[in-house]
Design a protein around this ligand. Sequence first.
Ligand code: ADP
Ligand code: MG
Length: 348
Amino acid sequence: MLSEDQIKAALRAVKYPGFSRDVVSFGLVKQVGISGGKVSVVMALTSANADAARQIQAESEQVICALPGVSDAHVEVQQPGTPQAGGTGTNPWAQQGRVPGIRKIIAVASGKGGVGKSTVSVNLACALKHLGSRVGLLDCDIYGPSIPLMMGIREKPTISDDDKMVPPVNYGVRLMSMGFLVDGDQPVIWRGPMIMKTIQQFFSAVDWGELDYLLVDLPPGTGDAQLSLCQTVPLDGGVIVTTPQEASLGVVRKGIGMFQKVNVPILGIVENMSYFTTPGGERVEIFGHGGGRAEAVRQGVEFLGEVALFQEIREGGDGGQPVVVTGPETAPGQAFINIAKRLMSPTA
Ligand SMILES: Nc1ncnc2c1ncn2[C@@H]1O[C@H](COP(=O)(O)OP(=O)(O)O)[C@@H](O)[C@H]1O
Ligand SMILES: [Mg+2]
């Protein structure tokens, strides 16, 4: 007798085109029907991609037909239709009306670590707050959850009467972090399903209250792990942080590709560490300059702004006092506030 488990086990051999993850672990399999030797499977893609759908269908039918006892296999791969009115694409969450109480969820991504993704997330969160928005910050960086430190938050979430986690707050920004859930010094080996479950709980089991913006600091990179995070988190938009020298290396394109796969609109590019100003006022472009803007133009996405190298930015990060909070009127503070303004503009 054929079983659903057997069919799913066989389908694990079918990878999503271009990825090392299979269609089952991506959660694409919605329905398995077995009638004698006839097997029918329904899968649903989260983004419209006819080529991927065709390839998945062909490969899936092939592996099912190869199972002993199967006489016929029919695989239907559904693709999202036109976005719903007022919807933001075909991210499955977006269609469900997102998370109650949260108006916009924006992911911040980068090609690799160390380009200032967390610094940008923290300062943008504080800048949005500075501009009058209600803001939350979600640190999804499993490799190095650095945001609690940058936000000067040492306490962990508390538990409310109705058993929800209440995020600690500093500078008016509510924060949840992977870092709250692991023991400070102990390296934890996160496995894929565990990460997904935890991330889902950041929405179902956290009392965010009313938020205008929830910024999500993704782990660095644009691979499978980040992609499945983008599928798990109900995103409304994505921002890509790059340095000038990284911009031209295809990193921005990969970031755009990642968001496009899950139909998350790209809000734009931020170029960080753009240049350095000497005490004498001379501008030194250590990593070259303008790469982020040029790449944004090439890729047809918005350039949200540039942030130069400032000692105050690093010190603010290390000291848990973001520069936007301590010096909103300073040059680095203004750089972040201007980017936040563009994010708030209706076109972004
Ligand atoms: N514009 C900047 N000026 C000065 N230092 C910066 C700037 N952006 C980031 N940094 C510093 O660079 C380091 C890496 O930044 P971080 O935000 O942790 O990167 P990521 O999250 O991409 O790994 C931190 O020490 C941070 O303070
Ligand atoms: Mg980081």
